[in-house]
Write a protein that binds this ligand. Structure first.
Ligand code: SAH
Ligand code: SF4
Length: 343
């Protein structure tokens, strides 16, 4: 019999499962606390659950785990990059960053990615499968355990496209923000997408308090379709329209990610075009010098270009920051470590 993934069940679902096993519902609550509040990795740790029940549980369920396979620590800023091995032997990555306001973890939502962006290491290594909610939770728990810390912020910016794994990601958000579990508030979570437009509308309707980050990377279809294949399905205009709807419906400010690639999307004209495109929206633009990835000849924009680009945006009343890149010595850009490990 295939074992069920117990850490992906909500508090209510766990209580229902216990009833189906003819156990009192409160056992479900106790187990939820062990799995999400106390990070138990085996049923034997659940000391307030009688031995015979623990035995039944281990015959019916498994506890998903992202085991640390490899770890790299940046000597510049202490950023830690993890390569995790999942129960079925697949590998994923996460990055732990330390800021003055606490710890932020960047986690993966899929093994690989289907979207094929040309500048991205994950996009180059293909797609294996979606992650379960429990596998997303486990990436956070393992990093907390490894460092003896409590993580306060989460960004879904590791490997994979979160909106291509919509249901599991939404379930993960509700699990991780549960006050009976890890209790990380939605306002401390950022979801990054390459722009799957119908899913942005679907997400807007849920009115979650998360920050939506949109990987724009180009101000028009001709550049964007060259670097991001998703744009051939949902063009820039359609994407921006969905962002305006999202911002209006949720009242939340959108962040646009813009990886600056030398000679591709970093001209003055691109800056003016971008300013015009997003004018009037409650948003913020993050300009990031692109990380070079093996197998592509994209280069970072020059510092002067970045500054000029940012000035043009600001003179058009658009808030922009040039983001510092953490962990540049440890392949911290998504997908780079896994790609090295499996090739
Ligand atoms: N699939 C989602 C989230 C994961 S990618 C998305 O695309 O938004 C996380 C972020 O890293 C995205 O903004 C993505 O565009 C960016 N990214 C990927 N490869 C990069 C590179 N080589 N240099 C800079 N940013 C990169
Ligand atoms: Fe996938 Fe995001 Fe990489 Fe594009 S940038 S290939 S959507 S992970």
């Amino acid at each position: 019999m295939r074992l069920k993934d117990i850490k992906s069940l909500s508090y209510e679902e766990l209580c229902e499962e216990m009833k189906a096993l003819e156990l009192p519902a409160y056992r479900g609550g106790q187990i939820f606390l062990w799995l999400h509040g106390k990070n138990a990795s085996s049923f034997d740790e659940m000391l307030n659950i009688p031995l015979n029940i623990r035995k039944t549980l281990s015959e019916k369920y498994y506890i998903a785990c992202a085991a640390i396979e490899k770890k790299q620590i940046s000597c510049y800023d202490g950023t830690v990059k993890y390569l995790y091995r999942l129960n079925d032997g697949e590998f994923i990555e996460a990055v732990l960053m330390s800021y003055h306001h606490g710890y932020t973890i960047c986690i993966s939502t899929q093994v690989g990615c289907r979207m094929g962006c040309t500048f991205c290491a994950t996009g180059k290594s293909g797609f294996a499968r979606n992650l379960t909610p429990s596998e997303m939770i486990s990436q956070i728990q393992q990093a907390e355990k490894d460092n003896g810390i409590k993580i306060s912020n989460i960004v879904l910016m590791g490997m994979g496209e979160p909106l291509d794994n919509f249901e599991n990601v939404i379930k993960f958000l509700s699990l991780v923000s549960s006050d009976k579990g890890m209790n990380i508030g939605m306002r401390h979570i950022t979801l990054s997408t390459c722009g799957i437009v119908p899913k942005i509308y679907e997400l807007a309707e849920l009115k979650l308090q998360i920050t939506l980050s949109v990987s724009l990377h180009a101000p028009n279809d001709s550049i964007r379709s060259r670097t991001m294949p998703i744009n051939r399905k949902y063009g820039v205009r359609q994407l921006i329209e969905s962002c305006r709807y999202y911002a209006k419906t949720t009242g939340r400010r959108i962040t646009f990610e813009y990886a600056m690639i030398d000679g591709v999307n970093d001209s003055r004209e691109c800056a003016y075009e971008l300013a015009k495109l997003i004018k009037g929206m409650i948003c913020h633009v993050n300009l990031i010098p692109v990380n070079s990835v093996s197998g592509s000849d994209y280069r970072k924009s020059k510092k002067k270009r970045l500054e000029e680009f940012s000035k043009i945006l600001e003179s058009n009343s658009i808030a922009a920051t040039v983001r510092r890149t953490l962990g540049s010595d440890i392949d911290a850009s998504c997908g780079q470590l896994r790609r090295k490990h499996i090739s």
